[in-house]
Ligand binder design. Sequence first.
Ligand code: GTP
Length: 311
Amino acid sequence: MAANSDGINDIHWLMDILQNIDVGLVVLDRNYDVQLWNAFMEGHSGLSPQRAKGENLFSLFPDIDESWFRQKAEPVFQLKTRTFTIWEQRPYLFHFRNSRPITGRSEFMYQNTSIIPLESVNRQADHICVIIYDVTDTAVGKLDVSRANETLSQIQTRDSLTGLLNKSSWLPVLEDYFQSQQPGCLLLMDMDHFRDLNHSIGHQQCDELLRRIGQGLKSLSADNYAARFGGEIFSVILDNHDAASSMELAEKLRRSVLNLGRNSQHDISASIGVAERSDQNGSAMEWLSNADKALYHAKESGRNRTSLFKN
Ligand SMILES: Nc1nc2c(ncn2[C@@H]2O[C@H](COP(=O)(O)OP(=O)(O)OP(=O)(O)O)[C@@H](O)[C@H]2O)c(=O)[nH]1
């Protein structure tokens, strides 16, 4: 008699634990109809166990990807093996609102999910138990760290004003390009009298000019071929362009810079040096130096012009 009442107590306690535990528990039968729905699930879905019981999971939650879930659950029924899905693979099974005060930045609850087989007396797994763990704190923390790392590497490789690569991350790109033996031209552009322009129109307006020029350069070639070389100097690899077509592009660029000052009383212009990659170049640095010589020539010949390096 005492043993019997112990047994009843055990079951009672187990039911209490099951109801109050801070994970979601859902028992499904072979038709994916809900047989058990604990308080966690009620609290987050607003659906009482009475309403959920006997209802089909996919009718109650149409946004669950049925074929994906069946693919996960069928082996659990058939092979009686557990399965597990983590939030990195799929952020959640049940779309619940995030109710955590600390991680309030996430709109929904990130979930890890286990599915375990439940055997009946005939040793058939004709039910499964889906266990939902709220892992929002961990997920948001991890996502914050990876976003911070991404921003950090962006800061290290890109210029914050224009979004172009900075010199130190562009130089290896130039080196690789040079090593690849592909034909191409190198363009160096330096704003004219930028010091004076800073004095006359102000630092902020000049920053805006640099930003717009940076935007323009992005459309000129592949994303990682253009760089803010430093200050008011930009560099671009014009891949697979010969000298003639590079000069054409460079002139177009020079005119578009000139255009930026069209409605202003101040002259806005740039000088450009172009050097074609040649087999005589012993290194990427020599190629760069040739472009620099051409740029110097453009400056010396009066600025607001494009020069091509000639041996
Ligand atoms: N607003 C702004 N100015 C910059 C930036 N980087 C460099 N400069 C300015 O660009 C000017 C470059 O001056 P210089 O190297 O003397 O060249 P310059 O006045 O353009 O003259 P030339 O190149 O000979 O035509 C300096 O006054 C820098 O302060 C920037 O990010 N923003």
